[in-house]
Design a protein around this ligand. Structure first.
Ligand SMILES: [Zn+2]
Length: 500
């Protein structure tokens, strides 16, 4: 029993200690939480709480006064003043570190897919009505903000308050939709947005470069400081004549003359056309001059006005490694189950693969043609036409009478008509008769004659004179061209349609 009593007492005593300890620690924890949370409160929260406390104090004072309790009037007045001050806009409530000051900052907004002008400005804190007014001002100056495209940039000058970064005003908006043309939005005295178009005077300059090929043509041109867009165009000029992998050897060389547009500040805003392109391949030299004929067609010719003969592209599609699934010739048709002439060559390729025009020419038909499904025929010259069957669809703008360039997308691989799976059925038609595309030797292009030939000769003389005035360029001035390629690159990505 004694032991029970002892145990009972001890247990009771232990319980009391525990309860005391628990209460003590709870109080300490609460105090800590209060202290910590107070410290992490925002200035707004602190002001709100202080205000609540002041209002409470005033109410208490008023209640006490109303109950005729011994409260001095001064105390009630002081409490009222205290509470009122929170509603008084003249009293500035600053918390330590909250003092702000306006600062002018620059910003660049990059337009992404799906972005629109007003939304972009709202995102940096501009009010809808203000952004809308800026858009209206631009419209009056001749720029429709609906024309904004992904990749374009909008330069902004704005005033923000520091350190919070809250937008106070947008003071200037600059959009440059095409090289050399800027729309500038500013605020007038009435704080309304007004816009103006600024056009830069661009001068056209000619530049030339030459070099010896050690690894590849593109690398050699790059090393000579030729801008990348010009390299691409140079390769395109020769693409269907020269096989760059097998025909170009170490020690071969190139020469190029191109024009470019330069802004008054010396910045190159656009690299333009190649006026002269030369490739020295072993003993062969191919020299080509650009000429725009009287019909507005542009091509490259040798100094005699003879066009660079382009062979038909015999696998005219994006998928260059496409497998031949059926050759030209007599065979048993898998669907018709009888011997017929397979009038073209079949390339198996995934549905949607881009199909190119085999050579320059005019679209003769682009329509459904029974077993051929969606079918396109292009006439290249008096001798050759090419046909493309089973397309899933035609490329935009492809219809009879339309002129197409070699390599231009005319449609997409499909399996329309009598077809067992997606493939391109490609035909070469020589003098009205279908021939084996893989065996035919065909070249296209029209030589210059008559008036065109006369004009061309004056053009060649001009280009030669330009080349002579440029002789020092490649060795001395490559640094400047490199800058040019840097300056031009963003323009090319922003606005590909305006380049070339
Ligand atoms: Zn076929």
């Amino acid at each position: 029993m004694a032991s029970f009593n002892v145990l009972g007492f001890r247990r009771r005593s232990w319980n009391t200690q525990t309860v005391l300890l628990f209460v003590y620690s709870a109080v300490v924890t609460c105090a800590l939480v209060l202290v910590v949370s107070k410290n992490f409160e925002t200035p707004d929260q602190i002001i709100a709480e202080e205000r609540m406390a002041a209002v409470e104090k005033l109410e208490n004072a008023q209640v006490q006064a109303a109950n005729n309790m011994a409260v001095p009037e001064v105390y009630v007045d002081a409490a009222a003043e205290d509470a009122e001050s929170f509603d008084n806009p003249d009293v500035e409530w600053t918390v330590e570190g909250e003092e702000t000051q306006p600062e002018v900052k620059q910003d660049v907004l990059l337009v992404e897919k799906g972005d629109h002008f007003i939304g972009l400005l709202q995102r940096i804190g501009m009010e809808y009505l203000e952004a809308n007014q800026a858009a209206e001002a631009l419209k009056e100056a001749g720029y429709d903000v609906r024309g904004l495209r992904a990749g374009q940039k909008i330069d902004i000058v704005k005033t923000v308050d520091v350190p919070f970064g809250e937008l106070l005003s947008v003071d200037k908006i600059v959009i440059e939709p095409t090289a050399g043309i800027k729309y500038v939005v500013t605020r007038n005295e009435d704080e309304k947005y007004v816009a103006e178009m600024e056009q830069m005077e661009l001068t056209v300059e000619n530049r030339s470069a030459e070099g010896v090929i050690n690894s590849s043509l593109a690398v050699a041109m790059q090393n000579a400081g030729v801008p990348s867009s010009v390299i691409g165009n140079f390769i395109n000029i020769f693409a269907y004549t020269v096989d760059f992998r097998s025909d170009v050897k170490k020690g071969d060389s190139f020469k190029v003359l191109f024009d470019r547009k330069v802004a008054p500040d010396g910045k190159v805003v656009k690299n333009g056309d190649i006026l002269y392109a030369e490739l020295n391949l072993g003993k062969d030299t191919i020299s080509l001059y650009r000429y725009e004929d009287l019909n507005g067609g542009v091509d490259y010719y040798n100094d005699k006005g003879i066009v660079l003969k382009r062979t038909l592209d015999k696998k005219p599609m994006e998928f260059r490694s496409a497998r031949i699934s059926s050759r030209f010739g007599w065979r048993r048709h898998p669907i018709l189950k009888r011997r017929i002439l397979h009038s073209g060559v079949d390339y198996a390729a995934p549905k949607g693969t881009r199909i190119y025009a085999s050579a320059d020419g005019v679209v003769k038909r682009a329509q459904w043609a029974g077993g051929y499904g969606n079918y396109v025929v292009i006439r290249h010259n008096s001798e050759f036409s090419t046909g493309y069957a089973h397309m899933t669809g035609f490329a935009k703008g492809i219809r009879p009478g339309v002129r197409v360039k070699q390599g231009q997308v005319i449609g997409y691989v499909g399996s329309t008509g009598r077809s067992t799976g997606p493939h391109l059925h490609f035909e070469v038609i020589k003098n009205g008769k279908k021939v084996d595309p893989l065996k035919v030797k065909a070249a296209t292009g029209t030589n210059l004659a008559g008036k065109d030939l006369q004009r061309f000769k004056t053009e060649v003389a001009k280009i030669v004179a330009m080349m002579e005035g440029q002789t020092n360029y490649a060795t001395v001035d490559t640094n400047q061209v490199e800058q040019a390629s840097e300056a031009v690159a963003p323009v090319a990505t922003q606005n590909p349609s305006s380049v070339n």
